[in-house]
Design a protein around this ligand. Sequence first.
Ligand code: PLP
Length: 455
Amino acid sequence: MASALHASAVGLASAPNALRRRGATRSTSRSVAGRARVSRAEAIADPAAGVDAETVWKDESECILGTYGRGPTPVFTHGKGCVIWDTEGREYLDFTAGIAVNCLGHSDPDWVAAVTEQAGKLCHVSNLYHTEPGATLARKLTDDCFADRVFYCNSGAEANEGAIKFARKLQMQRARDAGETEWATETVSFSNSFHGRTLGALNLTWKEAYRTPFEPLSPGHTFATYGDLESAKKAIAKGKTAAVFVEPVQGEGGIFPADEAFLRGLREICDEAGAVLVFDEVQCGLGRTGYLWGHQSVGVEPDIMTVAKPLAGGLPIGAVLVTETVAAAMAPGDHGSTFAGGPLVCHAANAVYDKVNTPAFMRNVVERGEQLRNGLREALALDARVTEVRGSGLLVGVQLSVPAGPLVGICRDLGLLVITAGAGDVLRLLPPLVVSEAEVDKAVAVIAEAMGKME
Ligand code: PLP
């Protein structure tokens, strides 16, 4: 069965009817709890064996905290490249990549080899001890950008939490060195920003619906208007603003790339005010824009950069990259994390980084991104509900004048996974960075068909 499924994935580019339902019912035996028992051989032969969608939905709805409104959507069992399969053997073209995480697609052979090799050697020892993969990764990360040092963590929100602390510590250290007793502790971020859901990161996140149920948040945060330097100037103040957080390309907020003048102006305002400039590249970083880091397209450098999602190709990781000036303010014991920078995730991240950080890989991102945007503009040109197609590399948004949610559902029924962004009126496309020309054409055709079906 596995080879048949794999063959259909490989044939996706050429087979006109490749997005199809296998339709076979499964014949695995059931335990009293309703879960199927499968042998290891069965599981290898058919990765979906023993996984019953009804049971998964029941277990989830009864036992998992209801923070994700996902309803009875497909239960996925395995993937290969940009294709993913559900319990019914139905295949989908994945243009979400786990929300910008699976940059090499599913089950990339080099990633699988790295994970299995390291899992068989050493998975975790904690930061009490040294291991090689995290040191090697830090060397690579600091070789290729503004940063001098790396702090590892486990997610994007956690990376931003770290950045808040590092900026505050730097401000305190500077003030003390100057004999002052007060220092800047506040933060600034921008309209439509998304920086995470933990309390510190939530403070920086724009969307009120995410914030208000958890108020009061920390005092001392100001929002400025994204792209508007006058607004930034008013919000950022010497002696008050410790750090300014900005996404070089906003993702969750609706796919808005910042222009060079805005990022350059922010750099100048921060320098004048003594504020730390933080680029949040959790979604737009590591090749997604066709540059290793999103800000490298404009040549403006931050003091801190936060990264996460794609770095370990699907395993949880985050990192805060800092200049030596920021690093110098931190001392042993100032911050830490049990899991962070473990050998398993870092060995996987080394494999990801080596694959992504090549001119040929970046060229594919740039070319497929242009193909996707141009293809969508052409295919949707006559649809008055489409007001703009925008983005950078393979972070693409289709701005609609109507809610995009129904379109996501129709696309899924047609075998294409996409998500929304912004106020729910943007269709967000972020395929694995290895997406092929044929797969981009296929996605454009499905989206055009889905728009035709949307009332
Ligand atoms: N920052 C940005 C720009 C993001 O897009 C996200 C998540 O979507 C986060 C931070 C939070 O990352 P995580 O969900 O890993 O905490």
